[in-house]
Design a binder for this molecule. Structure first.
Ligand SMILES: Cc1cc2nc3c(=O)[nH]c(=O)nc-3n(C[C@H](O)[C@H](O)[C@H](O)COP(=O)(O)OP(=O)(O)OC[C@H]3O[C@@H](n4cnc5c(N)ncnc54)[C@H](O)[C@@H]3O)c2cc1C
Length: 406
């Protein structure tokens, strides 16, 4: 019997645990290291098109289908807080085509699937790695040292793995001229599976209740031609910047800004994409946002992360030679990533118009509707054919192992 190949994955959010699941099923020995001390939550995320098939193949559809959220009503307000349009969602189909899941629920589901099969190390991270004769030597912040056959960066938009391999983020980051802050705050008491979106030119504020619970998601976003570099690594400066941009605005905004100042779950970032000519080098590779973040304006970050994890694991299982595997991963993912990153221009224009004229035009369209426009499936959402695995017994005990079908 051959010794299993060892893989270190950096990042335990979406792409990391999904990749861990598929690699474990293919017989790899997997370790996941996560900088944070525990799994983290966040705003609801979308799982669409091909990624829903990945979820089905993981056996998670029944569970996540129960966790599916989605507003029953969306109300759009103008800068004075007056209603522009209040639109009902279409009567729900018995089975949703796509899913909208609280990020924390998705992370829990993915982690729950692999926690017993894969070693997770929370509260640690890679401090250095170097190519060795037949693997990669890794030193962790905790002081621990190990050698792995392969190292995969699933460490998100601001990936340290990417910086170590391919240089500073500036080289790969395409800034999309918006900043945003996400946090939770007490439900004003009347919102139940409902989205309320306030717009002024270049600014938006949203309250999103995924249920009728005591908390809602708060979202503040604004247009900014240049990235606020100083604020990116400084949570106090982020809070100041957001408060300054929204100072003097009405509706619920003063309460939202006060909550944002107090919260311990603030997630602040710029809208941006990661665009790279290659995602792999030597015995290392990137997956998910670390490699090809499409930005929240496309709503496709989670779907690319799930699909990318599947394709990378399949390629590594199908090719003993990692160079061939990485080439197969890049080839299959590239057109899908390109198509999804190209969706970005539509998202910003619809939800967060920058000029008064664009906002007036958007509002005029909304006034003609009484139900939310059905989120049309885009060709980009399904622009990937998943390769297949077939199950075969891995041992005399009858345990199954997934074998890729090329
Ligand atoms: C806290 C948080 C909240 C988010 N909230 C939202 C949201 O509300 N809506 C939305 O659409 N998207 C959100 N995102 C982004 C969204 O989750 C991703 O676009 C998508 O799911 C892709 O997943 P990913 O696993 O590739 O990357 P990410 O989800 O970004 O996960 C990267 C993981 O790597 C970890 N990490 C980072 N650096 C290191 C390191 N050096 N060593 C070890 N681990 C590291 C991070 O803690 C994180 O767990 C959020 C991301 C984070 C980290």
């Amino acid at each position: 019997m051959t010794t299993p190949r060892t893989v270190l994955i950096s990042g335990a959010s979406v792409s990391g645990p999904a990749l861990a699941h598929w690699l474990h099923r293919a017989g790899f020995a997997v370790t996941v290291v996560e900088k944070a001390g525990a799994l983290r939550g966040g705003y609801p995320v979308d799982i669409r098109g091909t990624a829903t098939e990945v979820i089905r193949r993981m056996g998670l559809w029944p569970w996540l289908r129960q966790a599916h959220v989605g507003p029953r009503r969306a109300t759009f307000l103008d800068a004075a807080g007056r209603t522009v349009a209040s639109l009902r969602a279409h009567a729900g189909q018995s089975e949703p085509r796509d899913l909208e899941i609280r990020r924390g629920d998705l992370a829990d589901a993915l982690y729950g699937l692999v926690r017993d099969d894969v070693e997770f190390r929370f509260g640690d991270s890679v401090s250095a790695f170097a190519p060795a004769a037949h693997g990669v030597d890794v030193t962790f912040r905790s002081g621990r040292q190990d050698t792995y056959d392969l190292v995969i960066g699933a460490d998100g938009m601001h990936s340290a793995t990417r910086a170590a391999l391919f240089g500073p983020e500036d080289r790969h980051h395409r800034y999309l001229a918006y900043c945003f802050a996400l946090f939770t705050l007490p439900n004003p008491g009347r919102l139940d599976r409902e989205l309320v979106l306030w717009n002024a030119p270049g600014k938006a504020a949203a309250l999103y209740a995924t249920g009728d619970g005591p908390e809602v998601h708060g979202f503040l976003t604004f247009h900014r031609p240049e990235p606020p570099r100083d604020a990116l690594r400084d949570p106090a400066a982020q809070r100041e910047l957001v408060a300054e941009v929204f100072a003097g605005e009405g509706w619920e905004i003063p309460r939202m800004v006060a909550a944002m100042r107090d919260t311990d779950d603030l997630f602040f970032d710029t809208a941006g994409q990661i665009r790279m000519p290659r995602w792999t080098q030597g015995r290392t590779a990137l997956v998910g946002d670390a490699a090809y973040a499409p930005s929240f304006l496309t709503g496709q970050g989670t779907s690319l992360a799930l699909s990318g994890a599947y394709v990378l694991a399949h390629a590594l299982a199908a090719h003993r030679d990692h160079t061939a595997a990485f080439a197969a991963y890049e080839d299959r993912m590239r057109p899908y990533v390109t198509a999804n990153q190209a969706l970005v221009d539509e998202g910003g224009a619809t939800l967060f118009p920058v000029t008064a004229r664009a906002l007036e035009q958007r509002d005029a369209r909304l006034r003609t509707l009484d139900t939310l426009p059905d989120a049309r499936p885009r060709p980009a959402h399904t622009a990937l054919t998943l390769p297949d695995y077939e199950e075969r017994p891995a041992s005399s005990s009858g345990a199954t192992r997934a074998r890729p079908v090329r």
